[in-house]
Design a protein around this ligand. Structure first.
Ligand SMILES: Cc1cc2nc3c(=O)[nH]c(=O)nc-3n(C[C@H](O)[C@H](O)[C@H](O)COP(=O)(O)O)c2cc1C
Length: 323
């Protein structure tokens, strides 16, 4: 498959792995890139810019294919040293950055001076247009189904993607809820130039997470995610578990008076315990509705080859048969 995204990033398949906290280590990024997609190291999982530099070097040892780094701008009590993270990315010879959260505008000059292509992940048409205006090379349009932060508009991809296609001139990928070939074809039909997946990539052999996490994804149905932190305007789609039930209870109890401190211990610092230790109920962890479509743990290569081959069959067979 050749699209504006495969051309832009010099990759074989129009399939990107979105940044994922405590999942996006070198093993994950290299696994996806070696399979012909675009893997992504998650910068802020590395405690310092120096650690990021080492992770990038490790990834270079595992693949000679292009890979990217995700840089997330989310509300934090103490802002991470973003300029230094960008320096580590540039010095590490990485030419693709996925930005997410707030607008990357302040960092665009540094990224562009380093010859880095920027794909900004956002959840609305207006933010996509802003990204286009400030010089992003592409956007990743994240629908309401997505794992992680879907924003506050709640527009699912069936409407969001064709709306993005109406307005954008730069290439965009569909993100959120995607895990199989049918959805890849649908995303292309709706105007996207490729797809971005998060949750689906956690259930692969290469994902460097505890087996409990992969088992939880296989066991989950599409009904098993919940939205938390909506009253804080920091909505996150997470896997349902007892900690998430407790957060929802606290949110009901406190109403408009809620503060981040009320749920802090259930949302902050839980990723190492979940992803590395496999303590599934210790707190809230991002997960998309696509969990309902995940039934196996293939290698990245098996997953991407299957998706692309089946997509071609659908286009040539089922769809062509309608004409
Ligand atoms: C466990 C997990 C952690 C994530 N962490 C981040 C992150 O740190 N930064 C970010 O931009 N997106 C993060 N995401 C969002 C993904 O990059 C991607 O946009 C999203 O998962 C797409 O939806 P899907 O899970 O339905 O495929 C995370 C998603 C998951 C499932």
């Amino acid at each position: 498959m050749k699209t504006r995204i495969t051309e832009l990033f010099d990759i074989e398949h129009p399939i990107i792995q979105g940044g994922m906290h405590y999942v996006g280590f070198a093993e994950m990024a290299a696994g996806v890139s070696n399979a012909g997609g675009l893997g992504m190291i998650t910068a802020l999982t590395m405690p310092t810019p120096d650690d990021l530099a080492k992770e990038i070097a490790r990834c270079h040892e595992m693949t000679d294919k292009p890979f990217g780094v995700n840089l997330t701008f989310l509300p934090a009590f103490k802002a991470p040293p973003y300029a230094e993270y960008i320096e580590a990315i540039a010095k590490g010879g990485v030419k693709i950055v996925e930005t997410a959260g707030r607008s990357p505008e302040a960092y665009m000059p540094a990224l562009k001076d380093a010859g880095i292509k920027v794909i900004h992940k956002c959840t609305s048409v207006r933010h996509s247009l802003k990204a286009q205006k400030i010089g992003c090379d592409a956007v990743s349009v994240d629908g309401f189904e997505c794992g992680g932060h879907p924003g506050e508009d709640d527009i699912p991809n069936m409407v969001l993607l064709p709306r993005a296609a109406e307005e954008l001139s730069i290439p965009f990928v569909a993100s959120g809820g995607i895990g199989n070939a049918q959805q890849l074809v649908a995303a292309l039909a709706l105007g996207a130039d490729g797809i971005n997946m998060g949750t689906r990539f956690i259930a692969t052999k290469e994902a460097p997470v505890h087996q409990n996490v992969k088992d939880a994804l296989i066991a989950a149905s599409e009904l098993d995610t919940r939205l938390i932190m909506r009253p804080l305007r920091n909505t996150e789609r997470v896997m349902m578990n007892p900690a998430v039930e407790k957060i929802i209870e606290i949110e009901k109890e406190k109403g408009a008076d809620i503060g981040i401190e009320d749920v802090m211990e259930l949302v902050a610092g839980v990723y190492p315990k979940v992803m590395t230790e496999g303590e599934m109920d210790v707190g809230a962890w991002s997960c998309g509705m696509v969990a309902g479509l995940i039934n196996d743990i293939p290698t990245c290569k098996e997953l991407l080859t299957r998706m692309v081959n089946d997509a071609e069959d659908i286009i040539r067979g089922r769809l062509a048969g309608f004409i």
